[in-house]
Design a protein around this ligand. Structure first.
Ligand code: AMP
Length: 509
């Protein structure tokens, strides 16, 4: 089935109910259906067909959502792109995907207009008014005006479904070329249904949406969860901790989704609040996309009485595992149990299945798993073994079946023949009261092959000599695991989803 066709049942059922509140404006489910139809009508009018690729590089907005859902409704393929991507990155994504249409803002376009002129198939729509009128080729006009003029008698076709591709999401790509993960309608639906059940979504739920829309976390997990439940989302363009606390209270929010960096900022801002926020309608604080530390889990619980529910997913697979809905069953460090329909296997480097407690690569199978990398058959082949997707994450499963992640396979450090999982060291460093955050990496070493090195950022005013931190590690860790060197940084580099960019730290060494 087509994802938007499935969601359209709710457009009819909840027609007069608010679905999105953004700034001063509210859209009902009926408005959403009308908007999707008008956007789809525009796409149809300009010749977009089933399977065509449409790249969206827009600020967070309701128009982004209308456009994305309209693309899926006519069987075309949506390519959400980070607004922060620069010229050369954009040129790569547009040419690699042979995109037929690109929606961007005029200031961004001005930065790479010469580079994309040779992409002859590409039509462009501006998400704002054209502030650059000299640039003509391929620009169809501005999005809102074009939508307003689109034929109103259009009826959606829902021409794709099942294994047809709905989205191509380029992976963050910290090394090598970024790969376009092809995600089908079936993948999206399977994941949406599994999460609906796991998190017991209700039509009475109200979601505070603070995440970007260009990543699967904000676009699929959050938005689709809400639409499939017939719930309401309060969208904010930019996260700011104090206003988020106030919005949780004022908007009677029941579900909040974020990455650990956002939880850290919420924790740090708590002491600056004039009054304790009333969270009586709150049901679930959910975290993912990067590891939540035990300290963040504990600190948040101490302040709010809520145990954060951590889940694990990735662009290629959607969500794989989640902590249970029962707060008492949620454990720090664990990303929980496999979701319904998802199988998880832990294997050694020969692909042999390992026992409980043994660390190996996490392999994933299920209807959530993507269809391969766009035009990279070799990379796709390398990533699958007998229908299992090799996630590149290292982890283990406890006797109860809970999954624990220890690091990305590429971040594993092998020093003097011993495996060191950076997260174990980072947890110890962060248990020191002076350390705000840390990142442990391996750097080439003549004697050991690699040596363990840590970058740390101090809490303001709590600096201690760096050797003290090595001493602190020695109390709890075997010496081969202890950093041989610790260096201070003002902050640990992260991407928009809060993932630590370890390759950037290595450049500094
Ligand atoms: P992305 O495809 O950008 O969403 O990145 C996926 C990667 O993020 C996974 O392969 C994991 O390495 C990491 N990740 C996602 N959720 C978690 C989590 N709860 N804990 C630790 N790492 C996570």
């Amino acid at each position: 089935m087509n994802l938007v066709q499935l969601l359209s049942q709710n457009f009819a059922k909840y027609s007069s109910k608010p679905v999105i509140v953004f700034g001063e404006n509210t859209w009902t489910y009926q408005d959403l259906e009308d908007q999707i139809r008008d956007y789809a009508s525009l796409l149809n009018q300009i010749g977009i067909k089933k399977g065509d690729r449409i790249a969206i590089q827009m600020p967070k907005s309701v128009e982004f959502l209308f456009l994305h859902l309209a693309i899926l409704s006519i069987g075309a393929i949506s390519l959400p792109l980070n607004p922060d991507y620069r010229g050369s990155e954009i040129v790569y994504f547009l040419s690699d995907s042979s995109s037929n249409l690109f929606i961007t803002t005029s200031d961004r376009l001005a930065q790479f207009q010469t580079e994309i002129q040779h992409l002859s198939n590409l039509q462009i729509i501006l998400a704002d008014q054209n502030s650059n009128p000299e640039y003509q080729p391929n620009i169809l006009g501005s999005l809102l005006e074009l939508v307003a003029q689109s034929p109103k008698e259009f009826v959606p076709t829902y021409s794709s479904g099942g294994n047809d591709i709905a989205m191509i999401c380029y992976t963050s790509g910290t090394t090598g070329r970024s790969k376009g993960a092809m995600i089908s309608h079936r993948n999206l639906i399977a994941n949406m249904e599994a999460l609906h059940e796991a998190w017991q979504w209700q039509d009475s739920d109200r979601l505070l949406h603070v995440l970007p829309l260009f990543h699967v976390h904000g676009l699929n997990v959050a938005v689709l969860g809400c639409l499939y439940a017939g719930a309401t989302m309060i969208m904010v363009e930019k996260f700011e901790p104090r206003s988020a606390w106030r919005a949780l209270e004022r908007e009677q929010i029941s579900i909040f989704m974020a990455v650990p960096t956002i939880y850290q900022r919420l924790i740090s801002s708590w002491q600056d609040l004039e009054s304790t926020p009333d969270l009586s309608k709150m049901r679930l604080f959910i975290s993912g996309s990067a590891p939540l530390s035990d300290r963040q889990f504990d600190d948040f619980e101490k302040l709010t009485d809520f145990r954060i529910l951590e889940r694990y997913g990735m662009t290629e697979t959607g969500m794989n595992a989640s902590n249970p809905i029962d707060p008492k069953q949620r454990l720090p460090k664990s990303v929980g149990f496999p979701l319904k329909g998802v199988e998880i296997l832990i294997v050694d480097s020969n692909g042999k299945s390992l026992r409980d407690g043994e660390v190996g690569e996490v392999w994933i199978r299920g209807e959530n798993v993507f269809q391969g990398y766009w035009q990279m058959p070799d990379k796709t082949k390398e990533s699958f073994v007998d229908g299992w997707f090799r996630s590149g994450d290292l982890g283990y499963v406890d006797p109860q079946g809970r999954l624990y992640l220890v690091s990305r396979a590429k971040e594993l450090i092998i020093t003097g023949g011993f495996n060191v999982y950076p997260k174990e060291i980072e947890n110890i460093l962060e248990s020191h009261k002076s350390v705000k955050e840390s990142a442990v990496i391996g750097i080439p070493d003549q004697d050991f092959g690699e040596k363990v090195v840590a970058a740390i950022a101090f809490h303001e005013g709590l600096q201690v000599p760096l050797e003290d931190l090595i001493g602190h590690c020695k109390v709890s860790l075997a010496s081969y695991k202890c950093p041989k060197q610790v260096f201070e940084v003002s902050e640990i580099p992260r991407n928009a989803m809060g993932k630590i960019q370890k390759h950037l730290l290595k450049i500094g060494l």
